[in-house]
Ligand binder design. Structure first.
Ligand SMILES: *[C@@H]1O[C@H](CO)[C@@H](O)[C@H](O)[C@H]1NC(C)=O
Length: 298
């Protein structure tokens, strides 16, 4: 009788299960045009600039990375590149946006850290993230690191908004810097109202659980995460550990086509999860780029 009940329940559930993927399939994977790809270029340089010393970003004298966005007005810089990743905040008058960036890290060490099965997740600090459900969890190391610079960055962003009359705030980053900037992209709108936000991340690892990914999809606007070829970092920490990506993926294929991949962790072979099914299929040298000609690093 129990078996029969089970079968009947399964039969009843089938039409619903079949209907769902068909609806999603309407949003197909599509290649970005040249103009869209080029529009990412300033943000790619901003993410790369985060690898430069704070003394150089504060005076905007970091060489080619700084010269790529020549009109930038720095507001604050910090970090020591060791206990705390470098970061900076400033205003771009041509893009009319306050920009925040965090430094990334060494690819091999980062991959080793993120494939450790003892990785733990934590709820977000309720004073930094008021009102965010306790079901939302993030990588503990990322959360602790973001907490170190959160209030300094918030005050620099508020300075940028009042000093330059900015109505837009952009968060960028590569690698570990992408993870920290994603947490900033969740954090800042909880404390700043009346401006629009956008987020452009490169080589982003998974940052939190399914509830975190859903929170990002619902609350982090204009969000893009760009993955290069066979970079293994975006596929760690593994989904089997409970980690999950938000939507917003753009995957640069071997043919240098920028594919916009709908959904969270899209398993199509045009997207990173399908193209790099495990880290042994990955190529660490793809992590730093090039992203439309830009290699990350100062
Ligand atoms: C991946 O994208 C395709 C669109 O071509 C879509 O049908 C599918 O549902 C997506 N998969 C996921 C897991 O989001």
């Amino acid at each position: 009788m129990a078996v029969l009940t089970g079968l009947l329940a399964l039969a009843a559930a089938l039409p619903a299960a079949l209907a769902a993927p068909r609806l999603e399939a309407r949003q197909s994977i599509s290649a970005l045009g040249t103009t869209t790809i080029e529009s990412f270029k300033p943000y790619t340089f901003y993410a790369s600039t985060a690898y430069c010393q704070p003394s150089a970003t504060l005076t905007w004298t970091c060489g080619a990375n700084c010269q790529a966005n020549p009109s930038f007005e720095p507001i604050a810089s910090g970090g020591d590149g060791d206990a705390t990743q470098f970061w900076y905040v400033g205003y771009d008058p041509s893009l009319k946006t306050v920009t925040i960036a965090h430094q990334g890290t060494d690819t091999s060490e980062f991959l080793a850290d993120l494939t450790d099965v003892d990785i733990s997740m934590t709820t977000l600090d309720s004073s930094l993230f008021p009102g965010v459900s306790s079901s939302v969890e993030a990588h503990e190391g990322f959360a602790n690191e973001q907490a170190k610079t959160a209030t300094q960055i918030l005050s620099a962003v508020q300075t940028g908004i009042s000093k330059f009359g900015a109505t837009k705030v952009t968060t960028v980053g590569h690698s570990l810097g992408a993870a920290l900037s994603l947490l900033d992209a969740v954090y800042l709108p909880l404390h700043i109202k009346g401006v629009s936000f956008q987020t452009v991340l490169y080589g982003l690892p998974r940052v939190g659980n399914q509830a975190f990914a859903d929170y990002v999809d619902a609350h982090v606007s204009a969000f893009t995460r760009i993955n290069n070829k066979e970079d293994p970092i975006p596929i760690v920490p593994g989904r089997f550990l409970g980690f999950h990506h938000p939507s917003g993926e753009v995957h640069i294929t071997d043919a240098n086509v920028w594919e916009a991949c709908p959904g969270q962790d899209n398993t199509s072979t045009l997207c990173i999860v399908g193209d790099v099914p495990n880290i042994f299929d990955g190529d660490e040298s793809d992590h730093d780029g090039p992203y439309d000609g830009v290699e990350m690093g100062c």
